[in-house]
Design a protein around this ligand. Sequence first.
Ligand code: NAD
Length: 458
Amino acid sequence: MNATLQIHNPWTGQALTTIPADDAASVAAKAAAARAAQPAWAALPMAERLACITRFRAAVVAQLEDLATTMTRETGKPITLSRNELNGLLPRLDFFLEQAEGAVRDEHVFDGGGMHEQIGHVPLGVVANISAWNYPWFVGCNVIVPALLTGNAVLYKPSEHAALTGGAITRLLHEAGVPAGVMQCLVGGGEVGAALVAQRIDGLFFTGSHATGQRIAMALAPRLVKVQLELGGKDPMYVRADVDVKAAAESLADGAMYNTGQGCCSVERIYVHEAVHDAFVAHFVATVRAMKAGDPMDASTYLGAVTREPQLRVLEAQVADAVAKGATLACGGHRTAGPGWGFEPTVLSGCDHSMEVMREESFGPIVGIQKVASDDEAVERMNDTRYGLTAGVYTKDEAAARALLARVNAGTVYWNCCDRVSPRLPWSGVGDSGIGLTLSTHGIQTFTRPKAWHLRQA
Ligand code: NAD
């Protein structure tokens, strides 16, 4: 294994460190080791696997500050948000610890005429997880933890932009008692991901862009391997005329800019009823202007760096395209002056659907705002997308919100909130936002296959 991976600090733009990486031969060896180790892991009583995850949780708590610092240095995520992610992980782990046993318990569905019928939940076997960098603990553990609890071996390829964090997750799981063969980390970029896809695997769980997800699904289709894809979004929100305009603007500004806009469920486009449009834009821009950008290691920083340098050009192009087509640049619009990869929080008003900023994922601190005249127009605009991850409505009228949200094509819908994930609810996308799901009890069962038992007394 002679390959290496260079890690950068997005805030400084400088190289942080270089670590050993995988190559095709080491990926194949790790896949073979996982295959060999999985049956014994699956044969353990559930209580032993639960005990490993309980120890893993305790280690995350004990080492939280170091883990947060590592994540901040390699992703540019502000340190306060890194702490938030790690603290937010704990209830997710608790949910899995509480629910795993019941989710895969045998179901006895019929007894009569000498026949007994039951449904078993059998681990898939060896599953691969190719992951993203924006919330590396969340998206990694959404797959790794329930997959391990249900008796699978995991081949985990963290993003090359969060490889130190991926290594830390793996180390803590090993220290917690998960055997080395059962939980393996593969270090590298797309070529290592592609080498993993080429192995004999029983499930592929991917979080990342639509383009990469589609490539992986096409590679696996002939082999009929179970594939789950958690992909991008262009998440819309609608502000009705009856809202507290200032409160709605503050909530949505946070939803658009949190994690420097780099969330799959970040608010990416906002439709505002014409009766409150101008006041909403004024409050929204004031909120965004007050957000503190700066050194991600400073605890008071809210906006950090853009993690991938090439994304800066995407953001610049979306601003230029929108302005050329008539949008108003209400604030921001440019790279920040520093040495690293910063981008000003940017608000574009007067947008329409001819503009890239209303159609393609920005994945940065940019949001487009469009005026609408009615609920029907808002629904039509919200559904005018190839994506369908989350969508929401801000209104005082619950009945109107429920009626509107029932008409919106998205895996997750929000009333008076946004950019929110719950371990108790399934996380899934419609259209180009993906297939399959994580989280909820369904997101535990998804790492198993149902086995049908027909049993007759002789
Ligand atoms: P990406 O597609 O560039 O990379 C994702 C992973 O795929 C990385 O680990 C990468 O190394 C790997 N990869 C790249 N090429 C590959 C190939 N040919 N074969 C196999 N693996 C390959 O995405 P990203 O930049 O890491 O993440 C950002 C995207 O992820 C955004 O679109 C965002 O919306 C999405 N995302 C979605 C969710 C969700 O839950 N739906 C959560 C977080 C992020």
